[in-house]
Design a protein. Structure first.
Length: 276
């Protein structure tokens, strides 16, 4: 049975999910009458949870969409295959739950369901990649080349929680300030804040003329290994792929990120967040 599943994946499978932040939708040329086909998302994240930490309504599956710019009066078979060159996931980590690889008559898209298995995934919470190529869609004469490949980053998921609000301090001094973290919808363990670094610029330069001038709206993600990733949401923001630390015992957060406000400064900002 397992060999049959592997063969099915190699001959027909499809996948995608890397959370990202916003959908990468197919651009259709309806007025031109061409049938453009492709995956609706190029790269996505797929998190797999234990039964104890499973988010409400989640079932450790992901739906991948194959789209077409036109509908048809008949079912259209499509063919996808595993891209072995770029795939690093082992077949034990997932199965393809879909049994019918067709876009139904009158429809513009079809979905393929993939199920993940927590125990088979790396215990260090690192991701593995599933890469797929869309080979063809019946009755489609023009391919959207940019949408003919997709990738899924599959990894163990976890649940992390934060405090309602924090008292924050920075490595350059200045008065303590309040930070409120707002959860990002449908993005695990990720929060935004209007100003992560308080009056960092005024404190760093010693110039109070900068007070209130440079807030740092930011997105924080608490990773499953209890590191913290920071990404600025303003043009002068900063980022670090795994900077800082999260302490589950008391929800303390230390966020470390590159300060790119001053071009070429190379300074590192450190913000300590203590729960109120």
């Amino acid at each position: 049975m397992k060999n049959n599943v592997i063969k099915l994946i190699g001959a027909f499978s499809v996948a995608a999910l890397f959370a990202s932040c916003s959908p990468d939708t197919v651009v259709y040329d309806v007025t031109g009458g061409q049938s453009l086909v492709g995956f609706n998302e190029k790269v996505q994240e797929f998190y797999v949870y234990t039964a104890a930490e499973m988010p409400q309504g989640y079932d450790n599956t992901i739906n991948i969409t194959v789209g077409s710019s036109v509908s048809s009066t008949k079912d259209r078979a499509y063919v996808v295959k595993l891209n072995e060159e770029f795939t690093t996931a082992d077949p034990s980590m997932y199965t393809v739950e879909t049994t019918s690889f067709v876009i139904p008559a009158g429809q513009f898209a079809a979905t393929i369901k993939i199920k993940g298995y927590y125990d088979a995934l790396p215990s260090d919470f690192s991701s593995r990649i599933l890469s797929y190529d869309l080979v063809s869609v019946e009755g489609s004469d023009v391919n959207n080349e940019d949408k003919m490949t997709t990738a899924v980053a599959i990894q163990r998921g976890c649940v992390r929680t934060v405090a309602d609000s924090y008292t924050a301090t920075t490595n350059v001094g200045g008065a303590p300030y309040e930070v409120v973290l707002t959860p990002v919808k449908n993005v695990p363990n990720t929060w935004t804040t209007d100003n992560l670094w308080g009056e960092y610029v005024a404190a760093a330069t010693g110039n109070n003329n900068y007070l209130g001038q440079y807030p740092f709206p930011a997105r924080l993600r608490v990773n499953c290994n209890n590191t913290v990733s920071v990404r600025g949401t303003a043009t002068y923001g900063g980022a670090s792929p795994a900077g800082g630390e999260y302490r589950p015992s008391d929800k303390y957060i230390r966020a470390v990120f590159n300060n790119t406000l001053f071009t070429g400064s190379g300074a590192t900002a450190t913000v300590e967040l203590n729960p109120n």
